[in-house]
Design a protein around this ligand. Structure first.
Ligand code: ADP
Length: 294
């Protein structure tokens, strides 16, 4: 079996691939990726979610999930990702499988300084040589802006999402934009949107993060970075939805806002509600899940 066929076999076990994008760094893209994965798990008790961090120069998932210093090991069938059970209920819970270059670095303060081809090879390995198994969703946390990693992802995924045989079922591919409400951040979102359109990447819409601050005393929402900038941006894009001008058209749905929340930062730091399970335990969970499904 050639490398592409092997990669396609891996992908055929995944139902949906979602790329989480942002124009700028620090707007909460990784936090939203983590929250999305955990929300999908808590909404569906048998969900199987993969979370892949392809930010090769600034991986943050290991820190956010409290997994710094953990190793991934190699098996005959590829790298075994780190498994989490979001609710700690053994035997019935879904599984979150995480992979990041952070797990491969000896020291969390190290960073990789690679040229495009090396990044490209790493991303192909993350998709094709990680033992993802069956997944309902693979959420991919990308670096900010449009970098080598984005190009590699699309160049790797696109040709593989065309079935090589009549019986192969392949995942859907879509994207999600994260921004803060400030004008500067939204300017960068415009550029990201142009990338999405030029590459014909299906877009679910935009989440406005850090949209106001929940006052711990009165629970009122205070607009620190402003509020509603993302919604206005989406309204304007939706008005030009049918435009045929290059780089315009297609719209951008507003999906909702997440306020600045001190508790969220504390949870991301402490990850109190997440439990690490061993691959063996996770394999037993998967068998139990499949039995529940049947
Ligand atoms: P990015 O992935 O876009 O670089 P991160 O997800 O790493 O951004 O978030 C940057 C920082 O902001 C992190 O310390 C994170 O905990 C914090 N953060 C993100 N979203 C929120 C929020 N809604 N409320 C409070 N802090 C947040």
């Amino acid at each position: 079996m050639d490398a592409d066929a092997r990669l396609q076999r891996r992908l055929s076990q995944i139902s949906h691939i979602l790329l989480v994008l942002s124009g700028k760094g620090g707007v909460g893209k990784s936090s939203i990726s983590v929250q999305l994965a955990l929300s999908l798990l808590s909404a569906n008790p048998t969900a199987r979610i993969g979370l892949l961090d392809v930010d090769l120069t600034g991986p943050s998932l290991p820190r956010m999930l409290g997994l710094e210093g953990r190793d991934v090991h190699q098996s005959d069938d590829g790298w075994v990702p780190v498994y989490l059970d979001a609710r700690g209920k053994e035997g019935k819970g879904g599984v979150l499988k995480c992979m990041s270059i952070g797990f491969l670095l000896a020291n969390s303060r190290e960073s990789v300084v690679w040229r495009g081809p090396k990044k490209n090879a790493m991303i192909r390995q993350f998709l094709g040589e990680v033992r993802w198994g069956e997944l309902d969703y693979l959420i991919i946390d990308t670096p900010p802006g449009t970098s080598d990693e984005h190009i590699s992802l699309l160049e790797t995924l696109r040709p593989l999402l065309i079935p090589r045989g009549p019986s192969i079922k392949l995942p859907t591919l879509s994207s999600l934009l994260v921004s803060t409400p400030q004008a500067l951040a939204l300017l960068d979102v415009s550029k990201e949107l142009t990338f999405v359109r030029r590459t014909q990447l299906p877009l679910l819409g935009l989440i406005e993060n850090m949209s106001g601050y929940v006052c711990p005393h009165c629970s009122d929402i205070v607009g620190i970075f402003g509020q509603g900038g993302g919604e206005d941006f989406c309204r304007r894009e939706e008005e030009r939805k049918d435009s045929k001008v290059e780089g315009e058209g297609g719209g951008c749905r507003f999906l909702g806002r997440v306020p600045i929340d001190r508790e969220l930062v504390a949870l991301l730091d402490d990850v109190a509600d997440v439990k690490v399970v061993s691959p063996e335990e996770a394999a037993r969970l998967e068998v139990a899940q499949n039995q529940l499904r049947e």
